[in-house]
Every structure is written in structure tokens, then in C-alpha cells.
Design a protein around this ligand. Structure first.
Ligand code: 26Q
Length: 835
């Protein structure tokens, strides 16, 4: 065999020792980047470090691909419009165990590693929980050596950068690729073409088959940008393939020659728009044409890619394709993959409908992430007709056949046909993407036990009756590599010392911590670690807001997207209540506390933006009042992102998870806090319920209405009576309504107080106020009992093993993807052999 062809196999892997790393660092600095004098804290040193690490990833990447190929195992494509990857360098250093070598190498330049890693911009290609979940899943798949490829879009602009001006959110574009990224390799030879617009033609071919041709009026190139996803110390490197959109014809020569330069680049601009920017709404959908173009672009390119590889590896036929492939849809955003796979199989591979449908349903699986009606995607039929005419025909055929099945199951039931139809009738026909995903998949899962239960009883009730076996739960998890081993080095050292190092890949091992729960030294070390982490967090708060947090005080944190259902407003009501108590000099059993709230609001979400302004106004009032100083500090932390959470979760005492019961599908921030020894104050919603079960009710501050009580109260909700009957709440509302926090504009917060007083308030904020205050009192009293709090904190970490995304991914692999144990083990063995 030609040595060049197999460079990686024929050469020993690059050294991991300081000498080898330092040599490559210098080489990249001088030769790849063309620099002469290394300057500490500059971008180029980071880039040289990243390239040095990347070389080692690329070697393992090639061998991982080969071992998957040899194992001929089933493959999974994870389709997601969002990946919130955060920083890659730190993560790769941990997973390849290179931190020490790089640190030493940089020392030669008189430079600290911490300074170098700070140069990296977050890859913020997602909004919140759903995007970060995708990133945690990729980490677990690589760590477990599962052959899973992530597919997404390489947005030029990720989630906006949040600035706060005069207390208001201002969105600044996130041009994260400004100085390039060392973490992608462009794979031009796997470029695909995606069709848009035009019309369809049908004919009967020589063999008498009914055929359809989609004559599009434009085509866009999808260019793969591959990002390495390293597993934890197992020599596996999986792939995140991100598509960038490009024009097929770079510029129109005709237009160019006729002198219209602007028109000449028009097509290019239209094409490139597709991968230009991430849509910044996380809950309510916005129905923009460009968003549908993004969805189809991702779905079509990814499916073509999988089918192309299939032919490369297995020849021309589609036999066994269903046995060897699975597609996981991250919410309905890529649900158009269902009709797109049908199109490829029927129009291009010439399968008949039934064969194609069997393959499609067998290979597709759908994860639902929300029950909120405003988050359910619907697209006008008219828009599909214009943009994706062939796909619309296929959806109509899927629906027609599906409705026949409904009619067989519920004979004569017209209402059922109307309720379950993929196409919603009305003044404007709409496609219900969630129904399309359910009908076209063999698995439908929710993301926490309560959420799945509510899906089966509510949104998908009829579908559950029709196909009970499709439905299953997969409670979310988070990766313990980033969310414990990396973000909490102090705690990692303690765990390594007392438990050994297995816990990083087997988080259930944390249970062993319970055997040390009474050991004085451990308890003392535990408190010291938390104190140090709080000091780190305080430094971040100081840098971003100018406010001093005192690490001796209770750190209470609520960070997540700003949304009414998450009830940051309830948190603020409690803060105002504390402020009111301190002003009245009622400080009995009060624990001095620092309250941190952070998160981005969708740019068009008025109420969420007003909540941000309120937090800032209350913070200003509190922090400028000398009376408050010993008791209360409040900040809104600007630009909450993955990298900020790495410091935040390690330095938190009390994790605030207070969504209206039944509304938060799962939550994943709650899990990161728990792992790092924070205690939760929370409602019985989403994964909070399972967190409480795991840690024990005595180690969790639960409060408020449960999902059933929320439902029941809706019919007869009288917030004004609740307020009138509650002296504390009356005072809080009076402060807000008197303009106490908005002197120049006394009515500024009326929309918020009005919503609390509205009998139609869907979030029942007033209903849970008293219970929240009570739970907060208990939390404060407990915090003041240092020993009791230490025990609670330790037990939260010790019992968090279930919330590892390794557990979640094992369940996906077993129940949905059917990835056998042997497949993962074989790949892992091969990779290790290569290492
Ligand atoms: C849809 C159409 C058009 C534009 C935007 C969107 C869109 C984008 C993102 C809709 C929703 C999202 C994100 C949803 C999300 O993050 N959901 C969260 O998922 C987490 C992981 O399962 C859960 O833990 C959270 O409870 C859930 O809110």
C-alpha cells in the first residue's frame, strides 16, 4: 500500500509529552501562523496551541473512522439545528490528558495556560437547553465510542452577545468566526446540492413506473465543515458535521458583463443567507421563510450525506439501509427529514412507496422538548408549495395514508380525522410538524418522566392510543467531563483522591462519597472548595458588573433563558420581599445572600426584556442602599453563555428552578448545579422531580403547586385575592406599582404587575409566592446550619450519578438506536489498540 495514502497508519502518533508538544507549538506558531515573537495572551498563541492539539485529534479521528468502518455497525445521525459547544481547547486537553504538557510548553513562552484558553470564543450555535443537550450528547457518544455523527448548520453568527445598557438588553451580533476557528476541517469533496422552489413534473417511465421530477428554480451548495468530538481518554474522535451554504454559481457573468455588479453577486448572497444566522427565539416560533430554508437545508444535506456514504460502503442497493441507520430528530426543527428521506428513496432510488415508508419509519426517531403551544411548529401549506413543492406532495400522501389508518381505528369519527391530521384545516392550511414527526418515526420520546407522561396524556394523546409502543422517556443528562471534571478542578481533585478516577466515566461512583460523609477532613475540604469556587465566581461578577459578592454569603443563582414560564419574576418578587424585610429591620433568621440572575431574552419578547430591566432596576436599588450591604446583593449577569456557566455552577449554593409545574420539559442547568454540590429550591416540574427523588426530599427545597394542581387552579384563579390576603405580597406589589424601582417612569413595570394580577395569568406567579417565600426561609435557616448544609451539599453531588448524559445516551443506544454493546466495545477496543 502507498505510504502517502495511509499516512496515519504508517506513522507513530505524535508524542504527548511536553517535549513533543512544545516542538509542535513552536512549529505551528512560526510556520503555520507565520509569527516571529510569541507574545503572551495573544490570539496566535491560542491558535498554535489549538492546532497542536488538533493534530492529535486528527490522528485519532482517522482511526476512529476506520474502526467504525470495519465494525460495519449501525450508524446514527443526530440532526439538530443547534449545538451549544462552548470552548473546545480546554475540553480537548482534558479528554486527551494533555493539559500538563501544554501548560509546561507555554511556560517556555512565559505564558499561563489560563490566559491562552481565554482567547477562544464560545461556539454559541444554539439558544439554550436543547442546543447544549446536543453538545453533551455528542460528548457522551464519543466517550462511549458509539458511531454517532452530529449534523448541524455552521452559522456565521451564533446566539447574539447580550449587552446591558441602562438596564436594558441590547443584542450585538456574535461574529464568532472573526479570526477563524482552528476546530473545523472543510471537506469539499462531500459537498451536496439542495433544491428550492420551482415545480414538479410526473411521467411514466419505460418500466411503467409513476415517476416525479422536481424541477427546482434554485440550488444551494452545502459544504461540510467537520468538527472533531473527542471522547474521554479512549482515542475515539467522532464528528460534528456543520453545513455552510454557498452559491452554485459564484457570480453571474452575464450580469457582471452588463455592468451590474450588485446583481452578479445576488445569487451568492441569497444562498449564503441560509447559514448566516441562528434564529434567537427559543420558545415561540416565528414562521420566517429563511428558517424553513435552514431546516430543509440541514435535513436534505445530512440525509444525502448518509445515503452517499451508504453507497460508498455498501454499493448501489438500499437493502439493509434500515438495519444500518438511525436518524434522531432534535425536536421538530429537522422534521422535514421525514418527507425528504421519502423523496430520496422514491424519486432517486426508485423504491415504491411502501418500501420507502418502511425504511423511513424504521430509521427515524423524534425527541420532543416542549409542551408549550407557542413552541409547536406549524408551517403554511402555501409556503411549502412555493419553497418545497415536491416535499409538500409527499407530506400530503403521508397524511392521506395516515388518515386511512385513523379511520380504520376510529370508524366514523370525523373529529378524530380533523384533530389528528398532519394538515390543519382553517383559513390558512398549516402543516403540524410535530404530528409529521410522530407519524414518520418509530420512537417518540420526552426528556423527563413528567414531561413524557404529559405528552402521552395531552399533546399526543390520540397518537399514544394508536401507537402506545412508540412512546418512551429519556430523562436528560449532562456530561460530567465538562460539568464536573473540567469546571470544578478543586472538587475533581477531592473526588479523585477519595473515590479514584473512575467516576468521570461512571458517575454512579459518586455514591461512594456517602461513606466519607462524616469524615471531618472531607467535610472541611468540601467547604473550602465551595468557598474557593465562590471566590472565583465573585471575581467574574465583579468583572462583569462591578458589584462585590462576598463568598461568605449564600450564593443563590437562577441562570437560563428569560421566559415567563421559568418565572424569573417570582424570583424577583422574593428579592423585593427580602429588601422590604431588611428595610423594616426584620432580619431574624435571615441568611446574608447574593442573588445572581442571568440569561438572554428573545429579541422580540417584550415581557422577557422588561423582566431583565426589572432585575437591573431592583439590583441598582439594593446595591446602592447601605442598609442592604450586610444582607443582600443582587446582580443581573450580562451575556450568560456556556463558558460563564462553567464558573457559575461550581460556585453556587442554592440553585433556583421555579418554573410553573408542567411547563419546563426537563431542565439541564438544574443537573449541573446538583453535580457541583448546590442544593435546589424548585417546583415539582421537569427533571426537578427526579432530582428530588434521587437526592431525597430532605435534601431538596420543594414548594408550590404540582402539575395537576396548576391545571385545576386555572379555571378559577383569583390572584388579586391572593395578593390581598398576603401582607408581604401586598407590600411587594405596592413597591413595584408605586414606581419605587423606576422613579423616572413610575409605570414602567405595569405590564409585569398587570400580568401577575391577571386571572388569566398562565404562569400563576402569585399562587406560588407564599410557598416560595416559605421554602426560601427554610433554605436560609438550613444554610446557617453549616454542618447540615455541608451534608446536603455532599449528598447532592453523591446522588447525581443518574444525571450523567452517559446514562441518557446508553438508554438512547439501547432502546431507540439498537446499538449493541458489542458494537461499542469493538470500536473502543480497536481505538485503544491504535492508541
Ligand atoms: C423554532 C422555530 C423557529 C425559531 C426557533 C425555534 C426554536 C429554537 C429553539 C424553538 C425552541 C428552541 C429550544 C428549545 C429548548 O431549548 N427547549 C429545552 O430543551 C431542554 C433539553 O431537552 C429542556 O431541558 C428544557 O426544559 C426545554 O425548555
Amino acid at each position: 500500500m502507498n505510504a502517502d495514502k495511509n499516512f496515519v497508519d504508517d506513522h507513530p502518533w505524535l508524542g504527548m509529552d511536553t517535549r513533543a508538544v512544545k516542538k509542535d507549538l513552536l512549529r505551528h506558531y512560526h510556520l503555520t501562523l507565520g509569527r516571529t515573537q510569541a507574545v503572551c495572551g495573544e490570539l496566535y498563541l491560542y491558535q498554535a496551541a489549538a492546532l497542536t492539539v488538533r493534530d492529535r485529534l486528527v490522528e485519532r479521528w482517522a482511526s476512529t473512522r476506520e474502526s467504525y468502518q470495519n465494525a460495519r455497525s449501525r450508524r446514527v445521525a443526530y440532526l439538530s439545528l443547534e449545538y451549544l459547544m462552548g470552548r473546545a481547547l480546554n475540553n480537548a486537553l482534558l479528554n486527551l490528558d494533555m493539559e500538563h504538557a501544554l501548560e509546561q510548553s507555554l511556560r517556555g513562552f512565559g505564558c499561563a495556560l489560563e490566559e491562552v484558553v481565554e482567547q477562544e470564543r464560545d461556539a454559541g450555535l444554539g439558544n439554550g437547553g436543547l442546543g447544549r443537550l446536543a453538545a453533551c450528547f455528542l460528548d457522551s457518544c464519543a466517550t462511549l465510542s458509539y458511531p454517532v455523527t452530529g449534523y448541524g448548520i455552521r452559522y456565521d453568527y451564533g446566539i447574539f452577545h447580550q449587552k446591558i445598557r441602562n438596564g436594558y438588553q441590547v443584542e450585538v451580533p456574535d461574529h464568532w468566526l472573526e479570526s477563524g476557528t482552528p476546530w473545523e476541517i472543510v471537506t469539499y469533496d462531500a459537498t451536496c446540492r439542495v433544491k428550492f422552489g420551482g415545480h414538479t413534473q410526473s411521467w411514466t417511465d419505460e418500466e411503467g413506473r409513476y415517476r416525479v421530477r422536481w424541477v427546482s428554480d434554485s440550488e444551494v451548495l452545502a459544504v461540510p465543515h467537520d468538527v472533531p468530538v473527542p471522547g474521554y481518554r479512549n482515542a475515539t474522535v467522532n464528528t460534528l458535521r456543520l453545513w455552510r451554504a454557498d452559491a452554485t454559481e459564484r457570480l453571474s457573468l452575464a450580469d457582471f458583463n452588463s455592468g451590474d455588479y450588485a446583481d452578479a453577486v445576488h445569487e451568492q448572497n441569497v444562498a449564503e443567507q441560509i447559514s448566516m444566522v441562528l434564529y434567537p427565539n427559543d420558545v415561540s416560533v416565528n414562521g420566517k421563510v429563511l428558517r424553513l430554508r435552514q431546516q430543509y437545508f440541514l435535513s436534505s444535506a445530512s440525509l444525502q450525506d448518509v445515503v452517499n456514504r451508504w453507497h460508498r460502503d455498501h454499493g448501489a442497493g438500499m437493502k439493509n439501509f434500515a438495519d444500518k441507520n438511525r436518524f434522531q430528530l432534535n425536536d421538530t426543527h429537522p422534521a422535514v427529514a421525514v418527507p425528504e428521506l421519502m423523496r430520496i428513496l422514491i424519486d432517486e432510488k426508485l423504491l415504491d412507496w411502501d418500501e420507502a415508508w418502511a425504511i423511513t419509519v424504521e430509521t427515524m426517531a423524534y425527541t420532543n422538548h416542549t409542551l408549550l403551544p407557542e413552541a409547536l411548529e406549524r408551517w403554511p401549506v402555501a409556503l411549502f408549495r412555493q419553497l418545497l413543492p415536491r416535499i409538500l406532495e409527499i407530506i400530503c400522501e403521508i397524511n392521506a395514508r395516515f388518515l386511512q389508518e385513523v379511520a380504520r381505528h376510529w370508524p366514523g369519527d370525523e373529529a378524530k380525522l380533523r384533530d389528528m391530521s398532519i394538515i390543519e384545516e382553517g383559513p390558512e392550511q398549516q402543516i403540524r410538524m410535530a404530528y409529521l414527526a410522530v407519524v414518520g418515526s418509530s420512537s417518540v420520546n420526552g426528556v423527563a418522566a413528567l414531561h413524557t407522561q404529559l405528552l402521552k396524556a395531552g399533546l399526543f394523546k390520540d397518537f399514544y392510543e394508536l401507537w402506545p409502543r412508540k412512546f418512551n422517556n429519556k430523562t436528560n443528562g449532562v456530561t460530567p467531563r465538562r460539568w464536573l471534571a473540567f469546571c470544578n478542578p478543586g472538587l475533581k481533585a477531592l473526588l479523585d483522591r477519595y473515590l479514584g478516577t473512575e467516576w468521570v466515566v461512571n458517575l454512579d461512583e459518586l455514591r461512594k462519597l456517602e461513606t466519607f460523609i462524616d469524615e471531618k477532613d472531607v467535610r472541611h475540604a468540601w467547604r473550602k472548595i465551595k468557598y474557593d469556587n465562590k471566590t472565583r465566581l465573585a471575581a467574574l461578577v465583579k468583572e462583569r458588573t462591578g458589584i462585590d459578592f462576598d463568598p461568605a454569603m449564600l450564593f443563590e443563582v437562577q441562570v437560563k433563558r428569560i421566559h415567563e414560564y421559568k418565572r424569573q419574576l417570582l424570583n424577583v418578587l422574593h428579592v423585593i420581599h427580602l429588601y422590604d424585610r431588611i428595610r423594616r429591620d426584620d432580619t431574624v433568621a435571615l441568611a446574608p445572600r447574593c442573588v445572581l440572575i442571568g440569561g438572554k431574552a428573545a429579541p422580540g419578547y417584550f415581557m422577557a426584556k422588561l423582566i431583565i430591566k426589572l432585575v437591573n432596576s431592583v439590583a441598582a436599588k439594593v446595591n446602592n442602599d447601605p442598609l442592604m450591604k450586610p444582607w443582600l446583593r443582587v446582580v443581573f449577569l450580562p451575556n450568560y453563555q456556556v463558558t460563564a456557566m462553567e464558573k457559575i455552577c461550581a460556585g453556587t449554593d442554592l440553585s433556583v428552578q421555579i418554573s410553573t409545574a408542567g411547563k419546563e420539559a426537563s431542565g439541564t442547568g438544574n443537573m449541573k448545579f446538583m453535580m457541583n454540590g448546590a442544593v435546589t429550591i424548585g417546583t415539582l416540574d421537569g427533571a426537578n422531580i427526579e432530582i428530588r427523588e434521587s437526592v431525597g426530599a430532605e435534601n431538596f427545597f420543594a414548594f408550590g403547586l404540582n402539575a395537576a394542581e396548576v391545571q385545576a387552579l386555572r379555571c378559577d384563579y383569583r390572584p388579586n385575592e391572593i395578593i390581598a390576603a398576603d401582607e408581604d405580597l401586598t407590600r411587594v406589589m405596592a413597591l413595584l406599582e408605586s414606581g419605587h424601582f423606576s422613579h423616572e417612569e413610575p409605570n414602567l413595570f405595569r405590564p409585569l404587575t398587570g400580568s401577575i394580577r391577571d386571572p388569566g395569568d398562565p404562569w400563576l406567579t402569585a399562587a406560588d409566592f407564599r410557598a416560595f417565600v416559605q421554602a426560601q426561609k427554610e433554605a436560609a435557616a438550613t444554610y446557617l446550619d453549616v454542618e447540615r448544609w455541608t451534608t446536603m451539599s455532599m449528598l447532592n453531588t453523591a446522588r447525581s450519578g443518574y444525571f450523567s448524559s452517559d446514562r441518557t445516551i446508553r438508554e438512547y443506544a439501547r432502546d431507540i438506536w439498537g446499538l449493541g454493546q458489542e458494537q461499542s466495545a469493538a470500536a473502543s477496543l480497536q481505538a485503544q489498540g491504535a492508541a
